[in-house]
Design a protein around this ligand. Sequence first.
Ligand SMILES: [Fe+2]
Length: 212
Amino acid sequence: MNKKDTSNSHTAPVTSPQNLPPLPYAENALEPVITASTIGFHYGKHHKGYVDNLNKLVAGTEYADLTLEKIITGTAGRAEKTAIFNNAAQIWNHTFYWKSMRFKGGGEPPAALKQKMEASFGSVDACKKELAGAALSQFGSGWVWLVLDGGKLKVVKTANAEVPLTTGMKPLLTVDVWEHAYYLDYQNRRADYVNSVLDKLINWEFALMNAS
Ligand SMILES: [Fe+2]
């Protein structure tokens, strides 16, 4: 994440320490739940846009050579750094979101995660219902997260670019509930998008890996 980008020199020779991480699968790998067209815009335009914006914003500043995580924690809650925070956090959130899904995901979580879900929510279904409920009740743009907070699993939601990293919680997985994540495929039906992601794409193995 903190490497100089020498390959992406289509613009002026600006310092470009942040790169757009590769998608962990092909653009059509999540069809039919999320189409290649949505991924094409979401990854190729939105995610890339945050990388390009951040690189312009931090060029020549104290943030130019910091890791993404350090930029996020160093600018969180600072009104004069909002633009840097928003773009940095959106890069991190999207990279985490792509990994939170996989081809033929969903289904039964691995036993070790299932145990944690049952201990914290009562059942896997209850955990999924809480994730879906949080996604639907998030007013406007934001994110829904499964996090580890003091050894207990929790569902939290964040607005706009906010990320639980800044409040000491450990993110395990996320679902993007910005309209750009689903509008081409589902229009205003956020519930259908979220439930389909939870049933068919969610990457429980990734969540377990983050929990251990
Ligand atoms: Fe997004």
